[in-house]
Ligand binder design. Structure first.
Ligand SMILES: Cc1cc2nc3c(=O)[nH]c(=O)nc-3n(C[C@H](O)[C@H](O)[C@H](O)COP(=O)(O)O)c2cc1C
Length: 190
């Protein structure tokens, strides 16, 4: 299996990265191919809203020449994508949200009966860390992910996973539990 993880935290070794480490180590130990994409290592501009991409059906036809389209080309070829972000002000980080907006170039004819997506049925998961509780805190980001990835892009959501209280002393243990659960769910074939 080829798994891509997308790290939306600006911190390379932060809590979200640490949780992804646990998942990736187990995936690699089981013989799977893993590639982590740390969004802050890449130039990803904000969507221009020009809708030029809607005219191209078979490829991510974005007019912006930056790192987003090469990442989408990898996503199209991968079996599983794990999107990971901390909560910033009840939402994703700005790096993650900018990248999520750019997924627009993977849709065609959105809002019409002919709507399609370059990543329909793609298996995706969401991993969140946050300093507070999950409730009334990480709920909006999960809803945005649900509507965007399932509703607009037609992806198959494996699950949405939250490691709350990321500064508490037992963070590592709870991160491991969540990473193990995510691994288990990834391994359940459709
Ligand atoms: C600008 C900013 C806004 C934040 N907003 C929230 C928030 O709304 N809710 C919350 O629980 N934690 C919030 N946090 C804390 C982070 O979500 C938390 O520390 C997270 O685990 C950091 O992950 P990282 O180490 O991977 O960057 C915020 C942190 C920053 C820097």
């Amino acid at each position: 299996m080829k798994v891509i993880t997308i790290l939306g935290s600006p911190r390379k070794k932060g809590k979200t990265a640490q949780t992804l480490d646990l998942l990736e180590d187990n995936l690699i130990a089981q013989g799977h191919e893993v590639e982590r994409i740390h969004l802050t290592d890449h130039q990803i501009k904000g969507c221009l809203g020009c809708h030029s991409c809607m005219k191209k059906n078979d490829v991510p036809g974005c007019v912006l020449k930056d790192d987003a389209v090469p990442i989408f080309e990898k996503i199209i070829l991968a079996d599983v994508i794990v999107y990971a972000s901390p909560i910033y002000c009840f939402d994703f980080t700005s790096q993650f949200k900018t990248f999520l907006d750019r997924h627009w170039c993977l849709t065609q004819n959105f809002g019409t009966p002919y709507a399609s997506s370059n990543i329909v049925s793609k298996r995706v998961a969401l991993l969140i860390t946050c300093m507070g509780m999950a409730e009334q805190n990480a709920d909006l980001a999960q809803e945005i992910f649900e509507r965007s990835m399932r509703g607009v892009l037609g992806c198959n959501i494996i699950g949405k996973y939250v490691v709350p209280l990321s500064e508490a002393p037992d963070f590592k243990d709870r991160a491991k539990e969540i990473a193990d659960k995510l691994l288990e769910d990834i391994m359940i074939e459709d």
